[in-house]
Each structure stands twice: as structure tokens, then as C-alpha cells.
Design a protein around this ligand. Structure first.
Ligand SMILES: Cc1cc2nc3c(=O)[nH]c(=O)nc-3n(C[C@H](O)[C@H](O)[C@H](O)COP(=O)(O)O)c2cc1C
Length: 181
């Protein structure tokens, strides 16, 4: 059983994070969701929290949350942090060390392994800035689940699709995130 801090970013693939939570829970893992302001446009805290059977955290400035479990503690209470979907914006902030909301602050404060599952339009994925940011994150020790290739929600074709939730679970398993390789 693993404890997963799941950060859901503001991309169209955020809907797949719901199925990911369902699969992780079914396999006996504990999921604590964090929804970014962008993510709130794509999935609701109600869906995420119900499937995770957990409170959903979304703001740095919730006094009740901060008193009950401070953001530093939240960033370390899991076995690993998974960002899924990881938007171009989140990757850029992570690479630059920006901490201007709950998700990015947790990512900077954590002492646990961090895995990102990027998903975005093919041009965004191939953009020099994103290439540079991903390279920086890899150098910083962040694990990257490579996006899949294919038809995108925007109608374009190429790399940038979020892999299917069962493939993400498979990747985590194969890479030892559920204990033992
Ligand atoms: C309909 C729509 C779909 C979007 N899909 C993506 C996406 O798949 N990947 C991405 O990186 N950004 C996407 N964006 C842009 C992000 O929502 C935007 O950069 C946002 O600031 C990211 O928020 P975050 O940092 O909370 O993830 C999309 C925007 C819209 C309006």
C-alpha cells in the first residue's frame, strides 16, 4: 500500500485523473488529492474527493487546513507525489522553483520522490521552453512518465497525450513506487 499525494493540474486530461484515483484506490492505495485553480476548471473537488475518499486540498490560504495539516507536513505525508496531468505551466513553475500556490509550494517543500505525467498539445510539448523545463526537471531528479502519441482533444496529432490511467498505474508499479521492483 502506498500513500500518494496526487496533484491535478489544469489540462483537458484532468478527467483521466478521476479514473486514476479509482484504480489506485481499488488496488488499496491511499490518495490525497490536490487540485490547482486551473484543475478546478476541468474536474470538481467533489468527484475527486469522493473517489479518493479524502479531503481535497486546493488553497494555501485555508486556515482550517493549515492548522489541521500544515502544507509542509502535507508535502511529506505521502510516499511520493504524482502530478497528473502535469500542464506546461506546472512544469515551468516546477523547473523554475516557483511556489505561488498550494501545489507548487508542496512540490518545492516535499522531501519525497516526485513523478510527473505531462499532457498538453503537441506544439506545447515540443516547444523549446517545455523541452528545457523537462530536461531541468529530469536533472533535478523528477521522474517523467512520457506522454503517449496520438489524436489529441484539440484535434491535432502527435506526442502530448496523457497515457491511459491503467498504463500510469503500470508505470508506477514497474518503477517500484508501490514498494519493491
Ligand atoms: C480547454 C483548455 C484545455 C487546456 N488543456 C491544456 C492541456 O492539456 N495541457 C496544458 O499544459 N495546458 C492546457 N491548457 C492551459 C492551462 O489550463 C493553463 O496553462 C493553466 O494556467 C494551467 O493551470 P495549472 O498550472 O493549474 O495546471 C488548457 C486550457 C484550456 C482553456
Amino acid at each position: 500500500m502506498a500513500r500518494v499525494l496526487l496533484i491535478v493540474g489544469g489540462g483537458i486530461a484532468a478527467y483521466k485523473s478521476l479514473e486514476l484515483v479509482r484504480l489506485l484506490k481499488k488496488a488499496g492505495h491511499e490518495v490525497t488529492p490536490v487540485l490547482t485553480k486551473g484543475g478546478e476548471h476541468f474536474v470538481t473537488a467533489m468527484s475527486l474527493g469522493t473517489l479518493a475518499e479524502s479531503q481535497v486540498h486546493s488553497s494555501l490560504w485555508e486556515l482550517k487546513d493549515e492548522v489541521e495539516i500544515g502544507h509542509i507536513q502535507l508535502s511529506r505525508a505521502a510516499d511520493f507525489v504524482l502530478v497528473c496531468p502535469a500542464t506546461a505551466d506546472l512544469l515551468a513553475k516546477m523547473a523554475a522553483g516557483i511556489a505561488d500556490d498550494l501545489a507548487t509550494t508542496l512540490l518545492l517543500a516535499t522531501d519525497k520522490p516526485v513523478v510527473v505525467a505531462p499532457a498538453m498539445n503537441v506544439r506545447m510539448w515540443l516547444h523549446a521552453a517545455t523541452r528545457r523545463n523537462v530536461q531541468q526537471l529530469v536533472a533535478d531528479g523528477v521522474k517523467v512518465i512520457e506522454p503517449a502519441e496520438g489524436e489529441m482533444a484539440c484535434g491535432e496529432h502527435g506526442p502530448g497525450r496523457l497515457p491511459e490511467p491503467q498504463d500510469i498505474v503500470g508505470w508506477l508499479e514497474q518503477n517500484g513506487f508501490f514498494g519493491g521492483k
